[in-house]
Design a binder for this molecule. Structure first.
Ligand code: UD1
Length: 416
């Protein structure tokens, strides 16, 4: 399977449960090594990034296997503290293993994750928090060598609410002596899921969801069974697809509160939206209207991960919408591909201006990154004729079954 082929123009109708969240399960898998026992993850999505995490866990000496729909990790046999370069290169977010390996083993060694398709993606904040907890870190020849005879809890202020640095700080602080108070922490819901998982394991973490998180260092004591929270970005993608193509779609297994900026934007664009306990219903006539300016920001602001799919939904909107990307430098790589389908988008630095066109035409396009690939699915669902999407391995990093999901909603879609 190397392509996704979509015959656009069908209205999307029906009900779809939303998969577990990639950005939640990756730090949870890193956290699973803190406890020398078993973790059972329910609702863990089958994704290439999850498979990459499984390869890291096995390299470290853990058992990690799918049992039915559950992913079971046994970290009692862990006997390594390094992640080899080829595994680091598979997934930049494997840097979140740094805090947990250090907490469990007292040493950690991995290559520098480097940049990615979204831009430079530095890890200076990750290293700064670990150093403040007492880790010694040497960076030589693209390799990070970390030691921590004894991590000490303390008050740490992040200069920016980085999601990954917050997660690394929490994981390392679980293995520190005494209390860590993390100020200006990221407030993304996935950090709340990490906290719930850690507490179920016997760690003491409080405050996730606010910008102050307190961690009492202690050895976790309990095997844990945890259900991964729903993926708000996957939900945003299918809402955007229904908004663009027209129709009525109900998503279940969602937390509507986690999607409030996305649903507010789609409502402003002319969609009717109803939310209830664990569900969102969206009704759209297909052609939307522009919504002024969308600025990406840390949670609870508009998510950078939903920028591309919202942009794709607005390509046929009346008027112009301005996007300002405040999180990542290089997050408009999907624009050229959307323009091949007839979109009118002008980019200058961090600003993109989308002017609605009457119709999009199917074309042969290529995924440039994960969410950019999702934007092509959204645009393809709304376009006239056939859209052929290549380099779909990007989409497979974060979407378990995009073809099955969209087909369930009535899209004419297949792999090729
Ligand atoms: C996480 C998500 C990603 C999402 C992003 C923002 C995972 C696996 N990934 O990425 O999908 O797009 O949050 O919501 O959960 N920064 C630094 N120094 C650092 C760390 C970050 O300057 O040490 C900067 C980054 O360049 C970026 C900003 O901080 O400009 C936000 O990055 P961060 O919140 O850390 O994103 P990630 O954790 O990488």
């Amino acid at each position: 399977m190397s392509h996704i082929i979509l015959q656009g123009g069908a209205r999307l109708e029906g009900t779809l449960p939303v998969q577990g969240a990639k950005n939640s399960v990756l730090p949870i898998l890193a956290a699973s090594i803190l406890h020398p026992g078993r973790t059972v993850l329910q609702g863990c999505p089958h994704l290439s990034d999850v498979e990459a995490s499984i390869r890291i866990l096995r390299h470290l000496g853990c058992r990690a296997d799918w049992e039915g729909g559950d992913l079971v990790v046994d970290a009692s046999g862990i006997d390594r503290w390094d992640i080899p370069d080829h595994l680091m290169r598979e997934m930049r977010s494997s840097v979140v293993f740094l805090g947990s390996i250090l907490a469990r083993m007292g040493w950690a060694e991995m290559s520098h994750p480097g940049g990615c398709e979204l831009g430079p993606r530095p890890i200076d904040l990750h290293l700064a928090v670990l150093r403040q907890l007492g880790a010694g870190i040497r960076e030589e020849g693209g390799c990070l060598r970390c030691t921590a005879q004894r991590l000490e809890g303390r008050e740490i202020t992040l200069s920016m609410p980085s999601v990954g640095a917050t997660e690394n700080a929490i994981l390392a602080a679980c293995g520190a002596y005494g209390e860590t108070v993390l100020l200006n922490a990221a407030r993304e819901p996935e950090i709340g899921d990490l906290q719930d998982f850690l507490c179920a394991m016997g760690c003491q973490v409080k405050g996730a969801g606010s910008s102050t998180i307190c961690i009492q260092g202690r050895q976790p004591t309990r095997d844990v069974r945890h259900t991964v929270m729903p993926d708000r970005i996957v939900a945003a993608t299918y809402l955007a697809a229904a908004a663009a193509a027209g129709g009525e779609v109900e998503l279940t297994q969602v937390h509507p509160g986690h999607l409030s900026t996305v649903t507010a934007a789609l409502h402003a664009a002319g969609c009717q939206i109803y939310s209830g306990e664990g569900r969102i219903v969206l009704r759209s006539e297909g052609r939307l209207r522009s919504i002024g300016t969308v600025r990406t920001a840390p949670y609870p602001g508009f998510p950078t991960d939903a920028q591309a799919v919202l942009m794709a939904a607005l390509l046929r909107g009346h008027g112009s919408t301005v996007f300002v990307e405040n999180i990542f430098e290089n997050r408009y790589r999907h624009v050229d591909e959307l323009c091949r389908m007839g979109a009118d988008i002008r980019v200058a630095d961090r600003v993109a201006v989308v002017t609605g066109v009457p119709c999009l035409c199917g074309a042969s396009v290529r995924c440039t990154d994960l969410r950019g690939g999702a934007a092509l699915l959204v645009a393809g669902a709304a376009a006239q004729g056939e859209t052929r999407i290549g380099d779909i391995f990007h989409i497979q990093r974060g979407y378990q079954d995009p073809v099955g999901d969209l087909r369930q909603l009535g899209a004419r879609i297949e792999t090729g």
